[in-house]
Design a protein around this ligand. Structure first.
Ligand code: FEO
Length: 135
């Protein structure tokens, strides 16, 4: 499975958000490179939990920027974040009883969700934030 590549076209125009996206991509790439790594030092659910916790912190930061600047599409954007939280919560519970590694299907899901979310959903606020002077 291919790692996720962050390129300039992935930039949403806000330095802190780009930085957080790169960290999230790095966490998923680490698992894509070695899906068995989680079984060596931590449980699979711990690794997924750590990634989910970071994603939730990032979502909160991003949602505050959207709400504070009256971004008109914030409600639908926040729904996407909630859907991610529900899905990964279910995966975390399912993997809590299996320590054999991160399933390929899960990595595929995380990779596709994050790529689509950054390039389509997050990218939709780029021009708005730029007009509002959010950097
Ligand atoms: Fe960067 Fe909407 O998550």
């Amino acid at each position: 499975m291919q790692e996720i590549i962050w390129a300039e076209k992935s930039s949403v125009g806000v330095a802190k958000l780009d930085e957080q996206h790169k960290i999230l991509i790095g966490m998923i790439n680490k698992l894509i490179r070695d899906p068995q790594a989680a079984t060596r030092s931590e449980t699979v659910s711990d690794v997924l939990g750590e990634m989910t916790d970071y994603a939730l912190k990032h979502f909160a930061y991003e949602e505050n920027l959207m709400v504070d600047s009256d971004y008109p599409r914030s409600k639908e954007h926040i729904k996407e974040h909630l859907a991610f939280r529900e899905t990964t919560g279910k995966f975390c519970s399912a993997t809590a009883i299996d320590v054999s590694g991160i399933p390929e299907m899960l990595l595929e899901h995380l990779s596709q969700w994050l790529t689509h979310h950054i390039l389509e959903i997050d990218m939709a606020y780029k021009a708005f934030f730029q007009e509002q002077g959010v950097r």
